[in-house]
Write a protein that binds this ligand. Structure first.
Ligand code: AKG
Length: 170
């Protein structure tokens, strides 16, 4: 599934709080998803680029709640309760057309857009074909390798190499 995001200037709900993408899927430990986040404009500190907490991509799912201040109901990790340190975060400003890839464990956020233009981006999410297509989040698409269209990744192919996706929560 995917989202196209027009992050409009000076709207508080444009800021996305610290979260792991996994928190958006109820079957949180058996549906590995990789996000490909592509900015259509230069993503900057001013217009609300992504920020990440390095090395959290190997964590299990942290406790989270739905925030109530933006009107959007984003999921949010309480960094302190999770033992995470905001000061270790890294901002990822990138030129237009650049892609950032991360897994569904990486703790990340984006700040609000304080520029005078829309920060357009798309986040494409890829998962094994035998997993829940998550239709409640919109229509998805089937991606195949052009070189090896016969190859299909199943959940067990993913799990074999990714201990962080075991069924135990953090
Ligand atoms: O585009 C943004 O500002 C946030 C994107 C995000 O958090 C995500 O794709 O999971």
């Amino acid at each position: 599934m995917y989202n196209v995001r027009p992050k409009v200037p000076r709207v508080a709900a444009g800021a996305v709080p610290w979260h792991q993408d996994k928190s958006y899927w109820p079957d949180a430990n058996s549906n590995p998803v990789v996000t490909v986040w592509i900015s259509f404009v230069d993503a900057t500190l001013e217009n609300g680029c992504l920020h990440v907490l390095p090395r959290t991509q190997t964590h299990k799912v942290h406790a989270f709640h739905r925030e109530t201040y933006s009107g959007t109901g984003f999921t949010e990790v309480d960094l302190e309760a999770a033992g995470l340190v905001r000061d270790r975060s890294v901002a990822l400003p990138i030129p237009a057309g650049t892609a950032i890839l991360f897994n569904d464990r990486l703790v990340h956020c984006s700040t609000r857009n304080d520029s005078d233009h829309v920060r357009w981006s798309v986040d494409l999410r890829y998962q094994p074909t035998d997993q829940d297509p998550m239709t409640s989040h919109g229509a998805g698409f089937l991606a195949r390798s052009r070189k090896h269209p016969e190859r299909v990744a199943h959940l067990n192919d993913w799990l074999a190499e990714r201990p962080e996706h075991s069924t135990v929560r953090a």
